[in-house]
Design a protein around this ligand. Structure first.
Ligand SMILES: C[S@@+](CC[C@H](N)C(=O)[O-])C[C@H]1O[C@@H](n2cnc3c(N)ncnc32)[C@H](O)[C@@H]1O
Length: 366
């Protein structure tokens, strides 16, 4: 018998191109509000999600700027889960000492205020629902940001609001995508409604798609993959290059620059400069929002490929989408330029990681 999907409502803040939206929707979530400020990310978001969540575009719930003073948080529709991959900003130390709200002026403040508005409204009218779960994502270094103060304050603020908090750094390479990407995920649940003592984080997926709950076993048990699994075939790549009248092979000048810098870096003893991979490589380095600049973090070797130039190439945007686990081979589409697409996928979450977390949230907490 097919497993019945538990239905729940979610909001997608700092939505980017909707990594969380795909994950939550796949688990029975209905998006009731989203917010994204960047014009091009909004374009990709609307292009794709108008197909599965048309209501938010029809009823004005695709907000542009979450700090907009015109936006009254009490008008945000009720939701069960809040998702946000928010920018990491320091809180004011001075504020803390003087008893001011030290999160004010940061984007975390807006997350907190949205949640607080719902909790306050519930005190006056029980029909307003309290957000049960918050799922936040940030860079790995977030825990140590501002000597650990930022993370500590976030935990305190969530605790004061009534939430239990659990956080771990997960790596995309353990979830079936060949990318070494470490990100912190914070899961918080409202203790008066969700009676769980803990949240068991998923650490990866094995060959059968089963969740690995033992952190120590993840390297040994995670599904074995390689970079070849996200690469276009040579024929596909050449057909796309021909169609779009462009090449993904980097220019001779750029290649010479990368090689020169590698020598300079080696002489100074600091790192490698560019990183290159082939289809046998187990994973790439992390794709970032700056990938469009020179591609140096992920170059694909071509020196042994017949009829291809003897220089590496950048990822095709379709390959960048696959590297982040986007369903680009089924329904997801890229309506923007290559440079915008690289920025958007570099900024995004890896979809299989958040889909697995969403599934666990549903099983353990909702
Ligand atoms: C790290 S990205 C999150 C990407 C997203 N998790 C995804 O899956 O694509 C942060 C996003 O927050 C957006 N942003 C920054 N300030 C904002 C604001 N004031 N209101 C709405 N969105 C904002 C940025 O444009 C960026 O796309």
């Amino acid at each position: 018998m097919a497993k019945k999907k538990k239905e729940f409502r979610f909001i997608d803040l700092f939505a980017g191109i909707g990594g969380f939206h795909i994950a939550m929707h796949a688990n029975g979530g209905r998006c009731v509000f989203a917010s994204e400020i960047d014009k091009f990310a909004r374009q990709t978001y609307e292009h794709n999600f108008i197909k599965i969540s048309p209501e938010i575009f029809e009823n004005g719930n695709f907000n542009k700027d979450i700090t907009d003073p015109e936006l009254d948080y009490s008008n945000i529709p009720d939701f069960d889960v809040l998702c946000a991959g928010f920018p990491c900003q320091p809180f004011s130390h001075a504020g803390l000492k003087k008893g001011f709200d030290d999160t004010r002026g940061t984007l975390f403040f807006n997350i907190k205020e949205i949640v607080r508005a719902k909790i306050e409204a519930n005190k006056l009218n029980k029909k307003v629902s309290i957000p049960k779960i918050l799922l936040l994502e940030n860079v790995k270094g977030f825990k140590n940001h501002d000597k650990g103060n930022t993370f500590k304050r976030i935990k305190e603020v969530l605790d004061d609001l009534g939430y239990e908090v659990s956080a771990e750094v997960l790596n995309s390479k353990h979830f079936g995508v060949p990318q070494n990407r470490e990100r912190i995920f914070i899961v918080a649940w409202y203790r008066d409604i969700v009676k769980s003592k803990e949240f068991k984080f998923p650490w990866g997926l094995d060959d059968n798609g089963k969740v690995i709950y033992d952190k120590e076993k993840r390297d040994e048990r995670a599904k074995i993959i390689n970079v070849g699994s996200i690469l276009l075939s040579q024929d596909e790549l050449e057909a796309l290059e021909e169609r779009d009248k462009k090449t993904y092979t980097i220019s001779e000048k750029l290649w010479a620059g990368h090689q020169r810098r590698r020598v300079e870096h080696a002489q100074k003893g600091n790192g490698f400069g560019y990183s290159s991979f082939n289809e046998e490589s187990p994973y790439t380095s992390t794709i970032s929002a700056r990938y469009y600049k020179d591609g140096s973090e992920i170059l694909i070797e071509q020196d042994n490929i017949p009829n291809r130039p003897n220089r590496p190439r950048k990822l095709h945007p379709k390959e960048a989408a696959r590297l982040q686990g986007y369903p680009i081979d089924s329904w997801y589409e890229i309506p923007v330029s290559d440079n915008q697409a690289y920025k958007q996928f570099g900024n995004s979450v890896s979809v299989p990681v958040v889909t697995t977390i969403a599934d666990e949230i549903k099983k353990q907490l909702l």
